[in-house]
Write a protein that binds this ligand. Structure first.
Ligand code: ADP
Ligand code: ZN
Ligand code: ZN
Length: 739
């Protein structure tokens, strides 16, 4: 019988598997897909994941190397997760090995044992007595024994120093047989008989209807779009569905967007449930991540809450998936493996045959179209829970009105009135810094980034010019670099400038800025919110960080300083994003008794999308936007894939894309595929970024299947192209950002 050939996925960008002979003495029957093996690779060693065992290899027998070591006695990846990774690599046309690298906890990839951490606990022995005569002249041992005695569950070894326990004293106690060490699994606890730590709210009729509809689909794959205005009680619906999942002995996976939601959402879940909650977001360290992953896999976590990559958390008894704020762009990874966690969550729910709920006040057009097509059940919550009213929208036409640091006269009046009434104001401007650029009034010089085709943003407080695209920073010049004159003027307004102006206009109230700079300190955000919750008049100014999750019950005026960017942009998704932002920001306001007002400054007060949005609401807007997309043949009515390339020399990226385009045309003929258009190659809208020249080729297809047939063959051809070596290139399937 021939030797078994192990086909492994290795952490490499290459879209292929790598063949090895089995380590000496290993039984073929001991091998399962998903097991990790240490293998030689060039002059290094790598850890690979076994995908299949075969009898044959195309590699000549004398070239075939033997794997060095099998790291697992059984596969650390449950079959369902393995299958999901295979699907992901295939769909996003990504190397399987690299897909595993993105999907699995770092420590697993580094060869750490895939078992929950064993921890040592110090306990009293049965017959131990605190007044043991042998301790009469050993006060430290006596104290140590007394401390241990206070912990009937045992003292974890890790906490010894915190409890001022000395290891030598404990060892001496152990020699005397007074204490013992017990090794047990970390964090393993019992499941609870009563899941509720707090009573549930009685649901209102809309919430009840939604919950019942979802419950009716609880036993198998069913997808629901829970479209509920902000504050309509979507989270309460999630919580009650999760309770039912727990009662059925199953686990729930909850995905949340990246920014700021973590602690608030977590607190709400912790208050509600007696349950073991595993947390997976960017702030947990590698060890915590592996522990949470293992606990979920082994059924020792009941609820798993995390951001994008938590989608790849295995579950022993999966019961429900919830995607909160499903429209949020942070679900799409923009580097490496460019997956969309919402889309993959649907695939996963189908594979695991469990229900999935997508929730949002502003559903993505993709999800709405899926609901229209009958693929998702559409459940709407139209009223705010707890009786608060929906805010009113006003468009403020600023054509030919002077702007004072971005704030028009009528807007200033509205802000003044609101403050005078003892209420709070939220000013939204999605632009950080003081001003979008610096201009020389004498010669017209503009501060441009030396590494990008972009202007640099003025940051007055730090005296810097910063490029928001590549991070380049310069001192602000005092003279024009071109004509040496001194009349340099900031043009336009960002949050820093508006903040400064508002502080002058309204000197008697605090002006609080919320953006990436002002909240980079860990507790800064928390302090801000404490001030706001106190409820005294204040102005809160910020970027889209303000749009997410937080409740500001005393805010009754939302001032949106600039909505036009979303209406002019060349990006077909810009208007959708702008509408979502406006509605989400508006949703922060007036949650309590006082109704909210939203005033939007615009030069395009008659723009049909803006009129729809402000007069009839997000759903009317979305219908209008969907019909425009349908007419233009844009997603969700077509499927896109974007090949991006960048290189140090001008023309190089486009040269590669030209060849790629020729190859694609050739394959389309050879495979006899229709309904696919190749658009480009063209320079990227910002051609130079961080010193590299960028170009792109867009593929637009009527149907998914032919597009994927093309991509499979095409990518292998691209990998083999010499022109591809000099450029950095990547494929983005279902890109959400065409820039
Ligand atoms: P969403 O997730 O849709 O923004 P939340 O679930 O956060 O809405 O609910 C908004 C507010 O309304 C919360 O303070 C919540 O406690 C309250 N709430 C939700 N459902 C009910 C209900 N059925 N009865 C009373 N208050 C409710
Ligand atoms: Zn000048
Ligand atoms: Zn730059």
């Amino acid at each position: 019988m021939p030797d078994a050939i192990l086909r492994l996925a290795l952490p490499s960008p290459l879209r292929r598997l790598f063949d090895y002979r089995a380590p000496a003495g290993l039984q073929r029957a001991a091998l399962q897909p998903g097991m990790r093996l240490r293998v030689p690779f060039g002059r290094r060693e790598m850890i690979g994941i076994l995908v299949e065992v075969s009898d044959h290899s195309k590699v000549p027998a004398d070239k075939l190397k033997a794997a060095l070591q099998l790291l697992d006695a059984q596969s650390p990846l449950p079959a369902a997760l393995f299958k999901l990774c295979l699907w992901t690599a295939q769909y996003y046309q990504h190397s399987l090995g690299d897909t595993f690298s993105w999907a699995l906890p770092t420590l697993l990839r580094q060869g750490e044992p895939a078992e929950a951490r064993q921890e040592r606990f110090w306990h009293l022995t049965e017959g131990a007595r605190l007044d043991d005569p042998r301790l009469a002249r050993a006060p430290r041992q006596r104290d140590a024994l007394a401390t241990i005695a206070q912990h009937p569950q045992g003292v974890p070894h890790q906490l010894l120093s915190q409890l001022q326990l000395n290891k030598d004293s404990l060892e001496l106690l152990r020699e005397k047989g007074l204490v013992r060490i017990e090794v047990r699994r970390h964090a393993a606890g019992a499941r609870h008989a009563n899941w509720l730590a707090q009573p549930e709210l009685p649901l209102n009729p809309e919430q009840r209807a939604a919950t019942e509809a979802i419950r009716a689909g609880f036993d198998s794959f069913n997808a629901f779009l829970l479209a509920g205005v902000t504050g309509s009680g979507k989270t309460e619906v999630y919580l009650q569905l999760i309770r039912e999942t727990l009662e059925a002995g199953k686990q729930a996976l909850v995905l949340i967007p990246e920014i700021n939601l973590g602690p608030q959402t977590l607190a709400r879940f912790e208050r509600r449930f007696n349950a073991r909650i595993a947390l997976l977001h960017s702030a947990v360290n590698d060890r915590e991540r592996l522990d949470a992953w293992l606990a979920a896999r082994d059924g020792e976590a009941d609820i798993i809450i995390g951001t994008r990559s938590a989608l790849f958390t295995p579950m022993k008894n999966p019961g429900l998936i919830i995607i909160d704020e499903e429209h949020d762009a942070s679900y799409k990874q923009q580097e490496g493996l460019r997956y969309h966690a919402r889309d993959l969550a649907l695939v996963r729910a189908r594979q695991e045959n469990i229900p999935i709920v997508l929730g949002s006040a502003t559903p993505s057009l993709e999800s709405l179209q899926n609901a229209h097509a009958g693929r998702y059940g559409l459940l709407r919550l139209t009223q705010r829970a707890g009786g608060a009213q929906q805010p009113r929208f006003l468009r403020l036409d600023i054509k030919s009105r002077p702007l004072d640091s971005g704030i028009s006269g009528p807007m200033q009046q509205a802000i003044g009135q609101t403050l005078a009434a003892g209420q709070q104001v939220l000013v939204f401007l999605n632009r950080r810094g003081f001003a979008p650029t610096l201009l020389c009034h004498d010669c017209g010089w503009l501060a441009e980034c030396p590494r990008c085709d972009a202007r640099m943003t003025v940051h007055q407080r730090s005296g810097e010019l910063r490029c928001h695209h590549c991070g380049h920073v310069e001192r602000q010049p005092s003279n024009c670099p071109q004509c040496a004159k001194v009349d340099l003027r900031p043009v336009g307004a960002g949050t820093e400038r508006a903040e400064e102006r508002l502080a002058i206009l309204f000197p008697n109230v605090p002006v609080l800025r919320v953006d990436r700079e002002s909240t980079s300190r860990k507790d800064a955000m928390q302090q801000l919110f404490t001030t706001i919750q106190r409820g005294e008049p204040c102005i809160l100014i910020g970027t889209q960080m303000l749009a997410k999750g937080h409740h500001f019950p005393r805010v009754t005026l939302v001032s949106i300083l600039d909505a036009d960017g979303g209406l002019f942009s060349a990006d077909f998704r810009a208007s959708e994003r702008m509408a979502q932002l406006i509605v989400q920001v508006a949703g922060r306001a007036g949650r309590a008794e006082e109704p909210g007002r939203v005033i939007i400054q615009t030069h395009l007060a008659d723009h049909p999308l803006l009129v729809q949005l402000t007069e009839q609401g997000y759903f009317a807007f979305a219908e209008q936007a969907l019909s425009e997309r349908r007419a233009a043949g844009l997603p969700p009515f077509c499927h896109l894939a974007l090949l991006r390339a960048e290189a140090h020399k001008p023309g190089q990226a486009e040269g590669f894309l030209d060849e790629a385009c020729t190859e694609a045309e050739h394959l389309l003929r050879e495979l006899n595929l229709g309904g696919i258009e190749l658009l480009g190659p063209v320079p990227a809208p910002m051609e130079r970024r961080a010193g590299r020249y960028r170009a792109q080729l867009l593929l637009q297809a009527n149907a998914r299947a032919p597009l994927h047939r093309l991509l499979g063959s095409w990518l292998l051809a691209l990998e083999a192209m010499p022109a591809g070596r000099a450029v950095r290139w990547s494929l983005d399937v279902d890109p959400i950002d065409l820039f």
